[in-house]
Design a protein around this ligand. Structure first.
Ligand code: PXP
Length: 245
C-alpha cells in the first residue's frame, strides 16, 4: 500500500487583493487575511503577481513574507521581470504559470514541453537562490516528464477542467489527475493540485494520496462573503483531511 502523506492547504489570497484594489485603498487588508488564514489552518499562502498587477502588487510580497509565518508560494509567468522580483524577494516557492494579459484567470497549464530550454534556465536560477520551483501543468505524462527534465521540484496539476465537468466526463478528468499524480511522484516530483476547487469538488482530489498540497483561492474568498474567511478555510481543510483519512 502507498504511504498516505498529510495534505496541506495553500490559501490563494489574490482576490482579497482584487477587492482591495477595486477602491484603491488598503481594505480588505492582505496581511490580516494571511494571518487569519494561518489561524484557520492554512499551511501556506499563495499569490500571483501578474504582469498587470491586477491583484497582489510588488510591495505586498515582502510585507507578506515579513508579517506571515506561513511559506509563500509566489505564482508568476516565466518573464525576466518576474525572475528578478523572485530573486530579490526569495519566496519559499515559485509556481510558474502561463499568463495571457486578457485572460480572466489562468487558462490551462504551462507548455513545458515546448519551452524546455527557457524553463530549465529559469528554474536553475531560482533553485540556485534556494527557491523551490513548481510548474503548473495539465495532467499529461509528457508535460510531467518535461517538468522533471527542466529540474522542477514540484508539479501543480491543473484541476480546472475536472471542476467544470460533471458525471462521466468529470470521472475521466479525475482519473487523468490521479494517474498524473502517481506518475509525477514515481519520477520524484512533489505533486500539488489546484484551480477552481470548491467544497463540492475538493474531496475527490484530496483523496488522491500522491497529492500533498492544494492551492485554493477564488471559492474561499467568495464563500467568505457568506460565512467569513476563517470558517471557509476551516471547512475546506476539514473536508480535505476527511477525504485523506
Ligand atoms: N493554482 C494556480 C497555479 C493558480 O494559478 C490558481 C489561480 O490563481 C490557483 C491554484 C487557485 O485557483 P482558484 O482561485 O480557482 O482556487
Amino acid at each position: 500500500m502507498r504511504e498516505n502523506h498529510p495534505i496541506r492547504l495553500g490559501v490563494n489570497i489574490d482576490h482579497v487583493a482584487t477587492i482591495r484594489n477595486a477602491r484603491g485603498g488598503m481594505h480588505p487588508d492582505l496581511i490580516k487575511a494571511a494571518l487569519l488564514a494561518a489561524e484557520a489552518g492554512a499551511d501556506g499562502i499563495t499569490a500571483h503577481l501578474r504582469e498587470d498587477r491586477r491583484h497582489i502588487r510588488d510591495n505586498d510580497i515582502l510585507q507578506l513574507m515579513k508579517e506571515s509565518k506561513l511559506p509563500l508560494n509566489l505564482e508568476m509567468a516565466a518573464t525576466k521581470e518576474m525572475l528578478a522580483i523572485a530573486l530579490k524577494t526569495k519566496p519559499n516557492a515559485v509556481c510558474i504559470v502561463p499568463e495571457k494579459r486578457q485572460e480572466v484567470t489562468t487558462e490551462g497549464g504551462l507548455n513545458v514541453l515546448s519551452n524546455k530550454k527557457l524553463l530549465q534556465n529559469y528554474a536553475r536560477q531560482l533553485k540556485d537562490a534556494g527557491i523551490r520551483v513548481s510548474l503548473f501543468i495539465d495532467p499529461m505524462k509528457e508535460q510531467i516528464e518535461a517538468a522533471r527534465e527542466v529540474g522542477a521540484d514540484i508539479v501543480e496539476l491543473h484541476t480546472g477542467k475536472y471542476c467544470e465537468e460533471v458525471n462521466i466526463a468529470q470521472a475521466k478528468e479525475l482519473k487523468k489527475i490521479h494517474d498524473a499524480a502517481i506518475y509525477a511522484t514515481s519520477l520524484g516530483l512533489e505533486c500539488h493540485a489546484g484551480h477552481g476547487l470548491t467544497f463540492d469538488t475538493v474531496s475527490s482530489i484530496a483523496h488522491i494520496p500522491e497529492i500533498v498540497e492544494l492551492n485554493i483561492g477564488h471559492f474561499l474568498v467568495g464563500e467568505a462573503v457568506f460565512m467569513g474567511l476563517a470558517d471557509a478555510i476551516r471547512k475546506m481543510k476539514k473536508l480535505m483531511q476527511a477525504a485523506r483519512a
